[in-house]
Design a protein around this ligand. Structure first.
Ligand code: SF4
Length: 334
């Protein structure tokens, strides 16, 4: 089978004590059952400490948070388990983070999470290239519909190529949203996709308007908020939005194919568009802003679910509002 990965994937190295926002900060870490058992059986001081901070939730075991941090975090910014027992002693969550794996049976895609500052730096600053691949043993019979997967793979490739070729990001996002409607219709009907992103460009002019960015901010303020820093950022939007095509490509690569699980591409593309708009309007250093967004939104399943639902119910995320905001930016950029 084939293993696909972004060109920057193997360049990632945890920067540990130099990390400006460690993954040990604010998050409650799920500890897999095998590791929890090993931790509870450890002798000595470290074992005593682990026994005092591991907590059973009914669904599994978590490391409790103390003073906003993982209790294994040391003053020098390093992990006590890693320092005393080595990398292999970490629980699966900590061993894997920020690496992502999407297994589709006959092929697998790897990626990095934007919520890690070092991964965010690589994602947003490495010149974009299509995913690389290597053949590896293994794989299983896929349980997806091959026609749907072919449609999603084709349309994602088109979307990524278009996003990189079009220097005007809001313009490309507007075309992408219109294109997603056509891809969704083809998936729903089983008919051949006849539109292209180029054909969607012709429609963009019909949606020209002002849009309401404050409605988008209000929507995100209504979601779960993890850090005071995020709340402050949401309360202080910028009037000069930042755009980065790599950011849109990251979201497209990560979420487009996941529509194979529930046949809902449109809600994911609305997520891509609203995420790029929000991060753009938050302003500041785009790497820091995108990393904070990811930590608050992508890593919170309740927030992701609320956005997918809001794609069909929230006035902030209607096509009319998103397209008006994007077309306003297209005009301002031209
Ligand atoms: S967030 Fe990333 S760079 Fe920072 S400590 Fe965690 S894995 Fe390392």
């Amino acid at each position: 089978m084939k293993l696909y990965f972004p060109s920057y994937y193997h360049s990632f190295h945890c920067i540990a004590s130099d990390c400006p926002d460690s993954c040990c900060h604010e998050w409650t870490v799920d500890v897999d059952p095998e590791t929890a058992e090993k931790y509870r059986a450890l002798p000595g001081n470290l074992g005593d400490r682990l026994r005092s901070v591991l907590q059973d939730t009914g669904d599994g075991t978590v490391m409790t948070i103390e003073n906003g941090r993982c209790p294994m975090w040391r003053d020098d910014g390093l992990c006590r388990i890693h320092a005393e027992l080595g990398h292999d002693a970490l629980c699966k969550t900590c061993r894997d983070f920020p690496r992502l794996t999407h297994d589709y049976g006959d092929f697998t895609e790897l990626g990095l999470e934007l919520s890690c500052p070092e991964a965010a730096r690589l994602i947003l600053t490495t010149p974009y290239r299509p995913m690389l691949f290597q053949a590896i043993p293994g794989g299983t019979e896929p349980d997806y519909d091959p026609n749907d997967m072919a449609l999603l793979l084709h349309s994602r490739r088109e979307a990524l190529t278009f996003m990189q070729a079009t220097k005007n990001v809001p313009y490309a996002l507007a075309a992408l949203l219109l294109y997603a409607h056509d891809v969704q219709a083809a998936m729903d009907s089983g008919e051949v996709l006849s539109s292209t992103l180029e054909s969607c460009i012709e429609e963009i002019a019909h949606y020209r308007g002002q849009g309401d960015i404050s409605a988008v901010f209000d929507f995100f303020r209504g979601l779960e908020i993890l850090t005071p820093q995020w709340k402050q950022r949401l309360d202080a939007p910028s009037s000069m939005p930042n755009w980065n095509p790599n950011l849109a490509c990251y979201f497209i690569e990560r979420y487009w194919l996941q529509a194979i699980s529930d046949f809902d591409l449109l809600c994911r593309v609305k997520f891509v568009v609203s995420a790029c708009l929000l991060i753009g309007y938050l302003g500041g250093n785009i790497i820091e802003t995108a990393q904070l967004f990811s930590k608050e939104i992508e890593n919170d399943p309740d927030n992701m679910e609320a956005i997918f639902e809001g794609a069909y119910t929230s006035p902030a995320l209607t096509d009319a509002n998103l397209l008006a905001l994007l077309t306003k930016e297209c005009c301002d950029e031209n």
